[in-house]
Design a protein around this ligand. Structure first.
Ligand code: THU
Length: 132
């Protein structure tokens, strides 16, 4: 799976987004070490805080399917700059992604910013921080 194919899957997933409130569809695609791709879109709710971002839908689908090793993620939205993931998604990503894992952030104008996990969320709170 090429970077471009993963990005394309993220863009296509925007069509599945359930966004009656924000009208802001986001798509995500996550490539596992085993070669599978888990996709996600944002799913909103009339009780707004219950909504879930595209990134977390893709990650939770993969984790609930028994996948724990990931290679690359792509996130897409119709933004002017490459879409910046929210803080909650960054924290969830940092739980499951290695610090050097690649994340492609893109928009619909082919502006892509590629970062690794450490760049996306430096100095993140980790389970090892609870070890005394
Ligand atoms: N959203 C995502 O799905 N991912 C992001 O990276 C940014 C924000 C969603 C949440 C909500 O459904 C809508 O975009 C507007 O905030």
């Amino acid at each position: 799976m090429s970077n471009q194919d993963l990005i394309q899957k993220a863009i296509e997933m925007r069509e599945r987004a359930y966004v009656p409130y924000s009208k802001f569809p986001v798509g995500a695609a996550l490539l596992t070490k085993s070669g599978k791709v888990y996709t996600g879109c944002n799913i909103e709710n009339a009780a707004y805080p219950v909504s879930l971002c595209a990134e977390r839908v893709a990650i939770f689908k993969a984790i609930s399917d028994g996948e724990t090793e990931f290679i690359e993620m792509a996130v897409a939205a119709d933004t002017e700059r490459p879409v910046p993931p929210c803080g909650s998604c960054r924290q969830v990503m940092s739980e499951f992604f290695s610090s050097d894992m690649t994340i492609h952030l893109t928009n619909l104008h082919a502006n892509t910013k590629t970062v690794n996990m450490e760049e996306l969320l430096p100095f993140s709170f980790q389970k090892t921080d609870m070890d005394m």
